[in-house]
Write a new protein. Structure first.
Length: 225
């Protein structure tokens, strides 16, 4: 029996008409808020672990229960994979031992990305798997592409991959990236087969929803600030 998963409903059928302005404003702004203490501590632990691992980094941003981090670590054993999520409950669910090349970190992603940029981290791969779409038009600023941290996310570089079940989100994200870096990459429908990276991916696919993927290779792009 297929899992039941509601499709995203939104009055928005194309990238938000205020997106480009928000991205350009974020590029020119200076972030004032200091990182939270718990994220400072979590980043310091992650930085020590990464240095000891001595391997190229894969960053799994918003990793949820960490299944994607486990699978990425198994798929890329020569890399160090760090999964970051803000929920202690999600990260604490028992899915068995982590591979030696994987680490789960409880931290606020906004602060974690800023600390990673300041520390000159250069992930080889950077995943954003099924972020909260915030589908109401008024919620643009809550989506990563509408958030002030977006230029920092892009500045980390690497091969960036976004997956979502809402095509508008993927196309909006792609427009935001092209606004910053001046290059475009396609948004495509894809079928993961049996290699589901997250529980959401499995649920959406088994509900018959189209999955969308955006991938682009990024050089490090410094923020104006």
């Amino acid at each position: 029996m297929k899992a039941a998963s509601r499709r995203i409903e939104s009055a928005q059928t194309a990238p938000h008409d205020d997106l480009v302005r928000r991205v350009e404003r974020a590029r020119e702004s200076v972030w004032q808020r200091p990182p939270a203490a718990h994220t400072l501590d979590a980043f310091a632990d992650a930085e020590r672990w990464l240095a000891e691992a001595g391997r190229p980094l894969i960053l799994d941003a918003g990793c949820g229960v960490g299944l994607s981090t486990r699978q990425l670590a198994e798929r890329y054993p020569e890399h160090a994979v760090i999964g970051v999520d803000r929920s202690e409950d999600r990260l604490g669910r028992d899915h068995g031992p982590l591979p030696d090349n994987a680490r789960l970190v409880r931290a606020d992603l906004v602060d974690f990305w800023r600390l990673a940029r300041a520390a000159d981290w250069r992930p080889r791969r950077h995943y954003l798997l099924y972020p909260n779409p915030y589908p109401k038009r008024a919620q643009l600023k809550k989506r990563w592409q509408g958030h002030p941290v977006f230029p920092t996310l892009i500045a980390l570089g690497g091969r960036l991959e976004l997956r979502t079940n809402w095509e508008v989100y993927a196309r909006e994200f792609a427009l935001a990236v092209s606004t910053l870096v001046g290059r475009e990459a396609p948004v495509e429908a894809f079928t993961p087969g049996d290699a589901y990276l997250t529980p959401f991916e499995r649920k959406y696919a088994e509900s018959g929803q189209t999955l969308w993927r955006y991938r682009i290779g990024l050089d490090a792009v410094p923020e104006s600030s």
